[in-house]
Design a protein around this ligand. Structure first.
Ligand code: TYD
Length: 189
C-alpha cells in the first residue's frame, strides 16, 4: 500500500506520518516512511535553496523531478515490490501546487510525473487556511523560508483544493493531532 501526505507548510504532515506509521506497524509486516524533498544530494540542494536564495523556476522544477525519480527508483518502488507499506511526506501533488504557484501548469506537471511515479492508493490532503498554517510555522520555526510566503501558500492551497480524484481524502487539519489521526485511520480500516 502506498500512502501520501500532502498539504501546505504548517498543516502537521510530519506528525501525522509518524502517528500513522506507528499505528500501521501494529498490523503490517513492514512500514517504510520517507519524505520529499529527500535527504539525498538533490533534495538537500533544494532544501538549502529555500534558505540561501531560490533557484530559477525551471531549475527548481527540474531538480524536484530529479529528486523524485531517484526516490521512486531507489526507495518507493523496491519497498512496494517487497510488499511494504510506504508512507511519504509530499509527492508530485506538491510539485503541482508549489511549482504551479510559480507559474507552471499543474496539469502538465502531473502528466510528467505520471510517466514515472506510481500512483498512490491514498493521498491524505491536510487542509488548513494559509493564515492559520503560517501562524503555526511562525510558532514552530520562528521564521518562514522562501517557500512559505503567504501569497505563494494561498496559490498552493488553491491548487491543492482543485485536486479531484477518488484516492484523495481532504482532512480538516485545524483539529487536534489525535482527531486528525483518527479520521485518517478510518479510511484504512
Ligand atoms: P518540507 O516538507 O517543508 O520539508 P522540511 O520541513 O524538511 O524543510 O519541504 C520543503 C519545501 O519544499 C516546502 O515548502 C514545499 C517545497 N516543495 C516544492 O516546492 N515542490 C515539491 O515538489 C516538493 C516535494 C516540495
Amino acid at each position: 500500500m502506498f500512502i501520501v501526505f500532502e498539504g501546505i507548510d504548517g498543516t502537521g504532515k510530519s506528525t501525522q506520518v509518524r502517528l500513522l506509521a506507528d499505528a500501521l506497524r501494529q498490523r503490517e509486516k513492514e512500514v517504510v516512511t520517507s519524505k520529499e524533498p529527500t535527504d539525498g544530494p538533490v533534495g538537500t540542494r533544494l532544501r538549502q535553496s529555500a534558505e540561501k536564495g531560490r533557484l530559477s523556476p525551471q531549475d527548481e522544477l527540474d531538480l524536484f523531478h530529479q529528486d523524485r525519480r531517484d526516490h521512486v527508483q531507489s526507495l518507493i518502488v523496491p519497498a512496494l515490490e517487497r510488499g511494504a507499506t510506504v508512507i511519504v511526506d509530499r509527492y508530485f501533488f506538491s510539485t503541482m501546487a508549489y511549482q504551479g504557484a510559480r507559474g507552471f501548469d499543474p496539469a502538465e506537471i502531473r502528466a510528467i510525473n505520471e510517466q514515472f511515479a506510481p500512483r498512490p492508493d491514498h493521498v491524505f490532503l491536510l487542509v488548513l487556511e494559509p493564515d492559520v498554517a503560517l501562524d503555526r510555522i511562525g510558532i514552530r520555526d520562528g521564521k518562514a523560508n522562501a517557500f512559505e510566503h503567504k501569497e505563494a501558500l494561498q496559490k498552493c492551497h488553491d491548487i491543492f483544493a482543485s485536486l479531484d480524484d477518488d484516492f484523495i481524502h481532504r482532512i480538516d487539519a485545524s483539529r487536534s493531532p489525535a482527531q486528525v489521526h483518527a479520521e485518517i485511520l478510518s479510511f484504512l480500516a
